[in-house]
Design a protein around this ligand. Structure first.
Ligand SMILES: Nc1ncnc2c1ncn2[C@@H]1O[C@H](COP(=O)(O)OP(=O)(O)OP(=O)(O)O)[C@@H](O)[C@H]1O
Ligand SMILES: [Mg+2]
Length: 362
């Protein structure tokens, strides 16, 4: 949301773990220069807020250390659910200052929160349907306490927060890396590809620890998002209940797939089915909100991308092709980066990657 010319680290502070990523340009290709994931204890987040800043900061400090990055400036993501985005048509002749002035006067009209409780920013987004004399401006308002707490975590960990981006935008950036592989057989994107892409609708499904977010993208732009209350921890709990384990034991077993033979039919499959049902339900809201009643494909990111066969269940249930989002296929990796680990954990890095990529746009 704030503009900068400095290089920075992508930092995804999420309920289950902290992820950091540094990306650089290396010749024609992109390179993961540093990355790390550090787990957080359960229950450390409430309503998108870390309730123990120090403990999260310690995990972040550790992630920065084990990644080996030298960067100390960082971009963080605001959870989409803690942010309000509105598209407003404004006269073409409005420059940045005029838009700022208009927002100051009319904020209450656009954003249903007291102005003192939010940070506001905007981004011009091109032609508007309102008429030729107007362009669309995306207004973004983030709950102030969500931004401030993340900034505190970074500061406590010795980092400086220079960008607070919206998770939606970070995922748009990551999708941009995937779109060529997904739709154009990995070819470099030309103007013709781009105009074809603009007619394509993709569902990016982020299955996290406690929530699943559906984003529908028209071309490269997210036009719809919706959260559902199901996540990988639902599976962890089902494992704990079925096999009489603690949650920690269940999580370990889930990760190593070291579970009895009946695990797949009795626990895993019902979970996959519930996720597909929830995503399909969320899609119905997208269909009823606009002019479309289909999507072209699904990209699965987040912890859900680590769950055996979830992308196949989604594909079967919703009836479109689906892939696990790995934005790093065409990347090189620095020597200190464990390439195998990065490829394995790729879907977990979707948000951190999208944040880190922005550092190259400057
Ligand atoms: N190797 C693995 N196998 C199976 N599940 C895994 C594996 N690694 C992580 N997970 C699951 O992924 C979840 C974390 O996913 P992710 O990091 O996307 O969530 P988050 O971003 O912290 O949370 P949210 O998106 O809900 O805010 C964990 O709860 C865990 O259950
Ligand atoms: Mg997440």
């Amino acid at each position: 949301m704030f503009k900068t010319k400095e290089r920075f680290l992508g930092v995804d502070i999420s309920p289950s773990s902290v992820k950091v990523m540094e990306i650089i340009r290396k010749g024609k290709r992109l390179q993961v220069e540093a990355c790390a994931i550090e787990s957080l204890p359960e229950g450390i987040f409430e309503d998108h807020k870390p309730n123990d800043v120090e403990q999260v900061a310690m995990a972040l400090k550790q992630a920065v250390k084990s990644s080996g990055t030298r960067l100390r400036k960082a971009a963080v993501a605001m959870p989409t659910a803690g942010v309000i985005m509105r598209t407003v048509a404004m006269p073409n002749e409005y420059d940045e200052t005029a838009i700022e002035d208009a927002l100051e006067v009319d904020a209450a009209q656009y954003i249903p929160f007291p102005i003192d409780d939010i940070y506001m920013d905007f981004e011009p987004r091109g032609a508007s349907r309102t008429g030729r004399d107007f362009r669309d401006v995306m207004i973004v308002a983030a709950r102030r306490e969500l931004v401030d707490l993340r900034r505190d975590v970074l500061q406590e960990a010795g980092l400086k927060c220079i960008i607070a981006d919206v998770e939606t935008y970070a995922l748009e950036n990551t999708f941009r890396l995937l779109s060529s592989d997904l739709y154009f057989a990995g070819e470099e994107l030309t103007d013709e590809h781009m105009s074809r892409l603009n007619t394509i609708r993709t569902a990016v499904v982020d299955v996290g620890a406690y929530a699943t977010s559906l984003y529908v993208l028209h071309g490269e732009r997210a036009v719809f998002s919706r959260d559902q209350a199901i996540g990988c921890s639902t599976l962890t709990q089902a494992i704990a209940d079925t096999y009489d384990m603690t949650r920690d034991q269940a999580l370990l077993a889930q990760r190593s797939s070291d579970l009895p033979a009946d695990y797949e039919p009795t626990v895993l499959e019902p979970f996959r089915h519930s996720v597909a049902e929830q995503v399909s339900g969320a899609l119905q809201f997208y269909y009823s909100s606009g002019n479309y009643n289909s999507i072209d494909s699904i990209v699965l990111v987040g912890g859900g991308g680590m769950i055996e066969g979830l992308e196949r269940t989604l594909s079967g249930y919703i009836g479109v092709p689906s892939i696990i989002g790995n934005p790093f296929n065409n990347f090189t990796t620095a020597k200190r980066v464990n390439r195998h680990g990065l490829m394995r954990d790729a879907p977990l890095y979707a948000t951190a990657c999208g944040l880190a990529i922005r550092s190259l746009d400057q």
